[in-house]
Design a binder for this molecule. Structure first.
Ligand code: AMP
Ligand code: ZN
Ligand code: FE
Ligand code: FE
Length: 287
């Protein structure tokens, strides 16, 4: 059983439509795939229909932008009720913050002599429900300013870069409560990947577990082998679920192929046991 619990479609900053992503997951030999677009549930229905067509199990998820002790932390939320009003209100606030910063980022690039207009952005990306820095990166590729997304981040978009603009993110502890309140299961994405490692030490994770945290994404390409070993040990000591996932972004992020990192079936079972949000937890083959 091959299980990949973290992927993005072009509803956020992946490159495939939710339907195509789910079919690609089946073709790649996955038995279970989670769609976890940034800050939105908008891809869920299309993905669920495709899961039935493709004969693959879908876990509905979200990767939520949060802040903890001043650092950005991504929180995966599995199977919350998409109609939960407090959760959707907070997601709407995050998405609004994302959209609000786009004109400022484009203006910064224009100050650098790059013809970054809203029209050019739409042309380069084909539009998306939730705009992220990777879309601005795609614009820079489209304009021939950089080679790929990685170079765009390195030169312009990474925190502290000339076109970086901060945005609203929910407080991590508040968001863990909102996800649980919606019946979802909160798991920290790439906890010791870029940005968040220094704030997420073991005592902090103990506190987050007390706030309702269910698990840690241990196997992720941003984690070196010794990092994974340490995180797995923490998950074991604290009785947290340990997951693994590709964080696939289509052609937008190289090396993150579907199923390149996976979650063990017993760990998925623990997530499903705790999920009380979405009326159908899994559709397709396992449903
Ligand atoms: P945003 O959520 O719009 O601030 O953009 C964050 C997304 O950009 C993350 O989910 C990553 O997929 C991607 N990202 C962040 N930093 C980098 C980087 N240094 N190089 C390439 N992609 C990055
Ligand atoms: Zn992303
Ligand atoms: Fe992330
Ligand atoms: Fe992600």
């Amino acid at each position: 059983m091959t299980i990949d619990l973290h992927t993005h479609s072009r509803v956020s900053d992946g490159t495939a439509a939710p339907r195509d992503l789910v079919h690609a997951a089946a073709t790649a030999g996955l038995d279970v795939v989670a769609l976890t677009d940034h800050d939105t549930t908008l891809g869920w229905d299309e993905a669920a229909a495709a899961a039935v067509e493709a004969g693959i199990a879908l876990v509905r998820g979200i990767e939520i932008s949060t802040r903890f002790r001043g650092a950005g932390v991504h929180l995966l939320a599995y199977l919350p009720d998409a109609t939960d009003v407090p959760l959707q209100e907070e997601l709407a606030r995050i998405v609004a913050g994302r959209e609000d910063r786009v004109p400022t980022m484009l203006a910064r690039l224009r100050e650098l002599g790059i013809p970054a207009t809203a029209e050019a952005l739409a042309e380069a990306t084909g539009g998306s429900e939730v705009t992220g820095r990777p879309h601005i990166a795609d614009l820079l590729v489209h304009l021939g300013v950089v080679r790929d997304r990685d170079q765009a981040f390195a030169q312009y978009l990474a925190e502290g870069g000339p076109a970086f603009v901060d945005r609203y993110a929910a407080e991590l502890v508040t968001m863990i409560g909102l996800v649980r309140g919606a019946g979802g299961v909160p798991v920290i994405a790439h906890p010791w990947g870029r940005g968040s490692a220094h704030v997420l030490d073991e005592p902090a994770i103990v506190g987050l577990k007390e706030a309702g945290l269910a698990g840690l994404e241990v196997d992720h390409l941003d984690h070196a082998p010794h990092t994974r070993a340490q995180l797995r040990a923490i998950a074991g000591r604290l009785d947290l679920v340990a997951t693994g996932s590709s964080d696939h972004h289509g052609t937008g992020k190289t090396g993150h192929d579907l199923g390149c990192e996976t979650t063990a079936p017993d760990q998925l079972a623990r997530i499903l046991d705790q999920a009380a949000g979405s009326p159908t937890t899994i559709v397709g083959k396992a449903g």
